[in-house]
Each structure stands twice: as C-alpha cells, then as structure tokens.
Design a protein around this ligand. Structure first.
Ligand code: GDP
Ligand code: IMO
Ligand code: MG
Length: 427
C-alpha cells in the first residue's frame, strides 16, 4: 500500500509544503490533487525559499515525478511564470507532468471572482481572487476547459464560441463589465498550448504504473479540511475538497492503496479570509504570534488571522480524513509564551459541543472551552530528537495526541528541512 495522503487539518497554511518536500525525498511520485493557485506551499532549502502555487512541493527532488492531478484548476499563465522562476533558480522540471484532465482557469474566472465578491458586500468570503471558485463552478456545469483542450485548438475555439457569450452576458448585463473576445483568448491559449505541450500527459498509466510497482506516491492536498466545500465552514470555504477523499478523487487513486493519511497541523491556528474562527486572538497576543510566525499569506500577502490550537476542529478533521499520523508544525512559534491554551470544545446556546457545528452562526458566536498548559519559555529551534524538547513542550505535544487520538509522528521547529523531529511511526 504505497500511498501517503498529506492533508491540512485546519484552515490551510499548516506547513504542507515543508512536509511534502520531506516525504518526497523517498517517494517516486507526488501528485497535487486539488485547488489552484489560491494555494501557496513554501519549502525552505538553505538560504532559499521556494513558494509553489501549482507545482507539487516535491519538485526539488530530481528523481521524484511531480504530477498536477486531474482535480486541480490550473491557470496556465501562473503555471508558466512558476516554471520560469524555478528554471531560473536552477530546478530541473523534466519530471513535471500535467494531467490532461485538469481544468484551466480562463481569463474571465478571476474577473468574475472579484465581481462576485464585490456583489456580496459585507458577506464577502475573502477569496484569493484567483478565479478558483468560478472555474470549479464551470467544471460542475460542464462548460469548463481542460488542459487536454490545448491539444485540440479547433475544439477549444468551438467551445469558446458557445461559452463566451454566456460569460459576456453575465459580465455585461449583471456587472457592466467589458466582454471577452474569442480571438484574443484563442491566441493567448494557443501560446500556452505551445509552451506547456512538453508537460501534458494522460497521467493514469503513470500513477497506476507506480502503484503496480509498489512505489511510494504522495498525494499533496492543498488548503485544509475546514475549507472543504462540504465539511468546512460553508460558505466560507474554497470550492474544492481538500480532505483525504478529495485527494484520492483529485488524483484518480482508490482507497485500497492508502498506507497512511498524514494530517498536517500548526501548533496553533491561522485562517485567511472571512468566516468563523472560535479561538481567534484579536488582541496583542494575536499580533505577537502573527509576527513571530510570519503569518502573512504566501499567495496574497494578507495578514493571517491567528488563534489558539482548536482541538475540537482537529479531532473533527482527524476523524473526517481518517488521519492516522500527525505532523505538528511551527511549535517554535510558541517558545516565548507563559501559558498556552487549547480549545477542547464549545458552548453554544447552553449546550456543549465537541466538534464544530454546521451552523456557522452558532460557531461564530460560541464560547470556546479552554484548557491551559504552562509554556516552556525556551528555544525549540535546535531540537532534532524528541528528548531535546523541554518537558513542557513534550507535555503539550502529548496532550494534543490524547485529545486528537492520533500519534504526532513529525514535529517541525523551524522552516528549514533539518528542523524536523521524526518520532517512531514517522519516516
Ligand atoms: P502550506 O500552505 O500548508 O504549505 O503552508 P505555507 O507554506 O503557506 O505556510 C507555512 C509557513 O510556515 C511557510 O512560510 C513555512 O516556511 C513556514 N514553516 C513551516 N514549518 C515551520 C516551522 O516549524 N516553524 C516555523 N517558524 N516556520 C515554519
Ligand atoms: P494552502 O494550500 C489558506 C481561503 C481563502 C478564502 C477561501 C476561499 O496554501 O493551505 P478561494 O480563493 O479558494 O475561493 O478562497 O479559502 N484559501 C486558503 N487559505 N491557505 C490556502 O491554501 C487557501 N486557499 C484558499 O483565503 O478564505
Ligand atoms: Mg499556504
């Protein structure tokens, strides 16, 4: 059973990039499963920081095949600039493959994303404006454009002639925005077709060939479980399925191949955009954690909202994903705190809840129930073995294990590759 699913257990930005890079060292393949360039996955190697929006975070390992899977919505313009930047930095992209089944973000998608957000007014979601929601909507409506369409330009033109009037109608009549033209889009995407041709393949034989040979395949989830279209804080979610099931669907792999589902969790919580966040710290302590943890969006540069670890959220996402191992990141960010709080559940309308309620208005106004643990007030950045951590830091990790009912196999104490503690059960 050679598949390891790597999913975010909170609201994204848990450190999946760092963890996938770590797993990719010994994996034959990494498949980015869903989302688009709303994601930003960071890998730090020495002095250099790489930020991936679409390219799998395993790409820095030259022997690892990196696939942009069928579940992704891909903006060709963004992908090409990411490819150029990586090649300029000396990375080898010979092993990058794009599924011909992945959908494309079209020029009108980011425009509609912004216009729809503006139209929502005070109820806006805080999207990344990358066109991800509109592109997935079109996929579901069966008027989407797939990467494979770049290899059939006459078909692409014909489809544009049908789809573009629908889009221009909405743009013009609803928003008073200027129309798009078939010829201009066709010319732009013909250019992308030429430049991306070398990467486009039917990925089915690749993934299933690797599985048949018993090779290790890592599924790289984007976003996090609380941003899942069904399971998260709807409508304050993204438009894909960042949970383990979504990773399988988004890479075309069945559950029987799964060896491990590794959930990535920050040692506290962050969220970008709007929506309920019960443990949010809106005071000076939140500002301090934001600065220490450099909590500014990789994709948009927006300050991330910051709060305590929410074990009610984490237990829920462990259960939903079938997480059997936890990678806990950014423990070092808590180094200076005197007291560290963990939310164990909520009270809402006189009732106790041990997991996030579907009713987001209740979740927004609930009272988180906290347990306080003493901080360790010492640097963990140099710890390489579990025993190197101060006793209070170990007590924090072990309390989380008890609350989550899952072992913490990886502990990250800094952004660098070697700032990682791997415990029994991890690799
Ligand atoms: P992702 O979207 O889940 O891949 O996470 P991001 O890359 O958006 O955000 C995580 C940020 O934390 C990145 O800037 C990482 O370089 C950084 N990071 C990852 N692990 C650690 C850690 O253990 N400690 C610290 N201080 N930073 C970390
Ligand atoms: P990674 O993979 C954090 C959030 C946006 C917004 C909501 C909807 O780096 O963890 P969208 O543009 O997807 O329609 O926006 O989802 N969001 C993320 N937040 N990390 C991400 O990705 C995110 N991708 C989307 O901020 O609240
Ligand atoms: Mg990110």
């Amino acid at each position: 059973m050679p598949v390891v699913i790597c999913v975010g257990g909170q609201w994204g930005d848990e450190g999946k990039g760092k963890v996938v890079d770590l797993l990719a060292e010994t994996a034959a393949m990494v498949v980015r499963s869903q989302g688009g360039n709303n994601a930003g996955h960071t890998v730090v190697v020495g002095e250099r920081e790489y930020r991936f929006n679409l390219i799998p975070a395993g790409i820095l390992h030259p022997k690892t095949t990196c696939i942009i899977g069928n579940g992704v919505v891909l903006d060709p313009r963004v992908l090409l600039s990411e490819i150029e930047a990586l090649e300029a930095a000396g990375a080898d992209l010979a092993n990058l493959v794009i599924s011909e089944r992945a959908h494309m973000i079209m020029p009108y998608h980011p425009v509609l994303d912004r216009l729809e957000e503006q139209a929502r007014g005070d109820d806006r979601l805080g999207t990344t404006y990358r066109g991800v929601g509109p592109a997935y909507s079109d996929k579901v409506r069966r008027i989407g454009f797939r990467v494979g369409d770049l290899q059939k330009l006459r078909f692409l033109e014909k489809k544009l002639e049908f789809v573009l009037p629908l889009k221009n109608d909405i743009l013009g009549k609803l928003y008073g925005a200027p129309p798009f033209e078939v010829a201009a889009i066709l010319e732009e995407y013909t250019g992308y077709a030429r430049r991306l041709e070398r990467f486009i393949q039917d990925t089915f034989p690749l993934t299933h060939g690797a599985l048949a040979r018993g090779e290790e395949v890592v599924l790289e989830g984007a976003q996090g479980t609380m941003l899942d279209l069904d399971l998260g804080t709807y409508p304050y979610v993204t438009s894909s399925y960042p949970s383990a099931g979504g990773c399988l669907a988004g890479s075309g792999i069945g559950p029987r191949h799964v060896r491990q589902t590794l959930g990535v969790y920050k040692a506290y919580t962050t969220r970008v955009g709007y929506g309920p966040f019960p443990t949010e710290l809106t005071d000076g302590l939140g500002d301090r954690l934001r600065e220490v943890g450099h909590e500014y969006g990789t994709t948009t540069g927006r300050p991330r909202r910051v709060g305590w670890f929410d074990a009610a959220v984490a237990r829920y996402s462990v259960a939903l994903n079938g997480i059997d191992a936890v990678a806990l990141t950014k423990l070092d960010v808590l180094d200076d705190l005197e007291t560290i709080r963990i939310c164990t559940g909520y009270r809402s309308k006189g009732q106790a809840h041990d997991h996030p309620m579907a009713n987001i208005s209740h979740l927004k106004h609930c009272e988180p129930q906290y347990e306080d643990l003493p901080g360790w007030r010492a640097s963990t950045a140099g710890a390489r073995r579990y025993q190197d951590l101060p006793p209070a830091a170990r007590a924090y990790v072990e309390r989380l294990e008890a609350l989550l009912q899952a072992p913490v196999t990886h502990i990250s104490v800094g952004a660098a590759r070697d700032q990682t503690i791997i415990r029994a059960g991890g690799r």
